[in-house]
Each structure stands twice: as structure tokens, then as C-alpha cells.
Design a binder for this molecule. Structure first.
Ligand SMILES: Cc1cc2nc3c(=O)[nH]c(=O)nc-3n(C[C@H](O)[C@H](O)[C@H](O)COP(=O)(O)OP(=O)(O)OC[C@H]3O[C@@H](n4cnc5c(N)ncnc54)[C@H](O)[C@@H]3O)c2cc1C
Length: 401
């Protein structure tokens, strides 16, 4: 019988193994793919945005007063940077997003693989765990898809979420958690594109524009972001939209009225914009040309069409207000979100009410969780990988005690 089994060879699982292994513990890592860390290689467009210098717990769904905020505090971004530096991987930050100096996710994979070798972790690859049960209250019995079995005294589940299932994380870990008595909350794809049926918006495919975007559900602003808005053939993309998807995926699936409201000129307050527009449209009758000077041809066309259709012959202050609205309050009705196949992260998972800040199950002694299998999701920008590392470390230390 092995002392500790870790299921899932992603960043959370590898960190869990490294920190669990000590002179008293034999640790075994089980990964269903032929090699570990397949998803990690895709991260940050192959550059691996592994953390963020502006690491705060409010950028995760658990928020700033949750016990999990201690995970981030005790293993902050600088500590992870130092950890990698000591292992021969210098890093750099761009707009707070941290990457390996080589700009290659492969480098991070190499460092993590060396960590497994250093601690002499037994790595079983190409075998999927399909069931887990607690026997006689003392140990865990795991069954592989090929019929094989393994037993362990302690178990860490680090099987990831459901996003990008082609990488191996297909949500199978939820079944293992349920079998051991845990609740799994409903899951949604997040950090993903949003779709619209609005033809005028679809016609903008290929255009990118710096803007402020807000997620509005049933008329209420839920969250706002500034950044590069990308128009695609199906709707909207870009980091700011990925971040809004964290707030919109569920209401979209619940059939609520969801909109993204775009402020094409966030640097100018509404009152100043009213004043500016009033001056401009008095002087210039070519309103579309006027908008094109500010926003470029295509975006101007989009805004102009909306103003003309909504202004409907209005004059004076009403007309100005339609102009300002078209520019600062451009509403796009959202009809859907992209699927798990293309999403970066899963919202939902093993309930964090049942897993303490040491990553220990409150239900099943000897069981621990780490990484995206938990109901934890963070913003785009290195937050999700940082949580995988921090929770993996914590789960490993706790199980290894
Ligand atoms: C395209 C893409 C880009 C991303 N870019 C970034 C980024 O730049 N920065 C960032 O912070 N986050 C990024 N993310 C998110 C980040 O990759 C994940 O949050 C992170 O990998 C989660 O780590 P994990 O160890 O919990 O799970 P995973 O990395 O998903 O690893 C889980 C492992 O468990 C294995 N497994 C699952 N079930 C079983 C089973 N039953 N038996 C055996 N093995 C099993 C899987 O094969 C997998 O290897 C990105 C995600 C995607 C898809």
C-alpha cells in the first residue's frame, strides 16, 4: 500500500506530490494521459502566464474574507517566483502577468517534472482512475479503467475541472469526489467567448477596440472590465470578455436577460461627452464621418446605425443623449457562451464548504483536494494557475504531515 496517492498530473497534482513527499511518505502520482501537464503546455498561448503580481483573493470567486484567502497570503506571487527562480527558472512580468523568462510553457513543465524526479515520486501514466472508495475507515481503494487497483492511506484528488477536456480533465474527478461523500456544485464554462445574434455586431468580426465593458443581468450591472474588446464572427472575445463570462455563464444558462454594455470612450465622463457631442454635431452634419474620426470606420458605422435607429428623428438634448448613449452605453444582447471544449476554466466543482483551508475534506478523513477540481475560479491573468500551485502545495503539506 502506498502512503499517499495523488490523482491528476496537472500543476496542482505535481505541487501536491512535491510537498507531500518526505522521509515518512511514499507518494504515487496517477495521470490518465501518457505524460503529465498536458494542459499547462497550452497556457498563456504556450508562454504560461503562471501567476500575477496583483494577487488578491477578491479576484477569485471565494472573495476576500474566505479562509482560502490564507492560501494566497501564505504562498504569494513573489514566493512562487522565488521558488521557480531557485529551480533555475527566472521569470518576468508584463502588465502584472508573470511568465517564465524563456516565454515557453515547456520550461515550466521541465521544472515541474524535475520536482517529481527530485522527490522520487512514483509516476503512473496512461491509467485513468474510475472509482474511489474508503475501506474500513482506514485506507482508500482506487480502481483503474483497465481493471487494475491500487490502495493508499491518504488520497489527494487534483483531477482539474471540465474545461478543455481534450487535455484529460473531463470532470471525471467529480464522480470520485461524490463517491467519497462530497457535493459537487453545478459547473459552467468560464474564461470563454460570449455569443450574440446581433447581426451588426457579427459584421464587426476582426475589429479590436479598447473599451470598458459591463456584464448586465436583468438590467443590473454585475461586473465591469476595461481592455481590448475583440469582435468575432459569433460575438465577443478578449480578456475583458473572458472575465465577464465568469459572471454571465450561469445567468445565460438560467435564461436571464444578459447584455454586455460597451463604453467606447471610458476616459470621458457622460457630462463631458454630452458637451463635446453638442459642440461637434452643431458644426458638422456628417455625423458618421465625425464618429469615424474618433473611432475608425467600422466601429463608427456600428455606433452610427444604433444612434440613427434609436434617435428616430429626435432633436436637441434628446439627440445628444442618443449620441452619448450609442458611444457610452452600447448594449449587446448575449445569446450564449462558448462550450467547455473551448473554455479555459470551470466555474463550480467540489463544494468549498466541505474542504477546509488546509485542503482537507471535512467529510472524509484522509482525503484532500487541490486545484480546479474545487469550486474555485479566478480572473484571467495567471490567477487560476497560481491557485493550482498554492492549493497543491497546501494539500501536499497537509497530507504529508
Ligand atoms: C487553453 C488554456 C489556456 C490557459 N491559460 C492559462 C494561463 O495562462 N494562466 C492561468 O493561470 N490559467 C490558465 N488556464 C487555466 C489553467 O490551465 C488551469 O486552471 C490549471 O491547469 C488547473 O490545474 P489543475 O492541476 O487543477 O488541473 P489540470 O491542469 O486540468 O490537470 C488535471 C490532470 O488530471 C488528469 N486526470 C483527470 N481525471 C483523471 C483520472 N480520473 N485519473 C487520472 N488522471 C486524471 C488530467 O488528465 C490532467 O492532466 C488555461 C486553460 C486553458 C484550457
Amino acid at each position: 500500500m502506498t502512503d499517499i496517492c495523488v490523482i491528476g498530473g496537472g500543476p496542482a497534482g505535481v505541487f501536491a506530490c512535491f510537498f507531500a513527499a518526505n522521509e515518512n511518505n511514499k507518494v504515487t502520482l496517477i495521470e490518465r494521459n501518457e505524460d503529465v501537464l498536458r494542459k499547462l503546455l497550452l497556457t498563456g498561448n504556450g508562454k504560461c502566464n503562471y501567476s500575477n503580481s496583483d494577487l488578491k483573493s477578491e479576484f477569485y470567486n471565494f472573495g476576500k474574507d474566505h479562509p482560502y484567502s490564507t492560501l494566497i497570503e501564505e504562498f504569494e506571487s513573489e514566493k512562487l517566483e522565488e521558488f521557480f527562480m531557485d529551480r533555475g527558472m527566472p521569470t518576468y512580468a508584463k502588465n502584472n502577468c508573470k511568465y517564465p523568462r524563456s516565454e515557453r510553457a515547456e520550461t515550466v513543465k521541465n521544472v515541474l517534472s524535475e520536482m517529481l524526479a527530485e522527490k522520487k515520486i512514483e509516476v503512473i501514466t496512461g491509467r485513468k482512475v474510475v472509482s474511489a472508495e474508503k475501506r474500513q475507515g482506514t485506507h482508500f481503494a482506487l480502481k483503474f479503467e483497465d481493471g487494475g487497483k491500487i490502495e493508499c492511506k491518504k488520497l489527494i484528488i487534483a483531477t482539474g475541472g471540465k474545461a478543455y477536456p481534450s487535455t484529460g480533465s473531463d470532470g471525471g474527478g467529480y464522480r470520485l469526489a461524490r463517491a467519497l461523500g462530497h457535493t459537487v456544485t453545478f459547473t459552467y464554462p468560464v474564461l470563454t467567448r460570449l455569443f450574440t445574434e446581433d447581426k451588426a455586431v457579427k459584421d464587426m468580426a476582426g475589429v479590436r477596440f479598447k473599451a470598458k465593458v459591463s456584464a448586465v443581468v436583468e438590467g443590473e450591472v454585475i461586473s465591469s472590465e476595461e481592455g481590448e474588446l475583440q469582435f468575432t464572427e459569433n460575438g465577443l472575445s478578449g480578456i475583458c470578455i473572458y472575465n465577464l463570462s465568469r459572471y454571465l455563464s450561469k445567468p445565460i444558462e438560467d435564461g436571464l436577460n444578459c447584455n454586455v454594455v460597451v463604453d467606447f470612450m471610458p476616459e470621458m465622463a457622460k457630462e463631458s461627452m454630452d458637451y463635446y457631442i453638442e459642440k461637434l454635431i452643431q458644426k458638422n452634419k456628417d455625423w458618421r464621418g465625425l464618429l469615424a474620426n474618433i473611432f475608425g470606420e467600422k466601429t463608427a458605422g456600428l455606433i452610427y446605425k444604433r444612434i440613427v435607429s434609436e434617435a428616430n428623428g429626435a432633436t436637441g438634448k434628446d439627440l445628444i443623449s442618443h449620441f452619448t448613449n450609442g458611444i457610452k452605453n452600447y448594449k449587446i444582447k448575449i445569446s450564449g457562451h462558448d462550450s467547455f471544449s473551448n473554455a479555459q476554466v470551470t466555474k463550480g466543482g467540489v463544494s468549498i464548504d466541505e474542504v477546509d483551508e488546509n485542503m482537507a475534506s471535512k467529510i472524509c478523513p484522509g482525503l484532500f483536494f487541490a486545484g480546479e477540481v474545487l469550486d474555485v475560479d479566478g480572473k484571467c491573468g495567471g490567477y487560476n494557475l497560481h491557485f493550482a500551485f498554492a492549493s497543491g502545495r497546501r494539500a501536499g503539506l497537509s497530507a504529508g504531515e
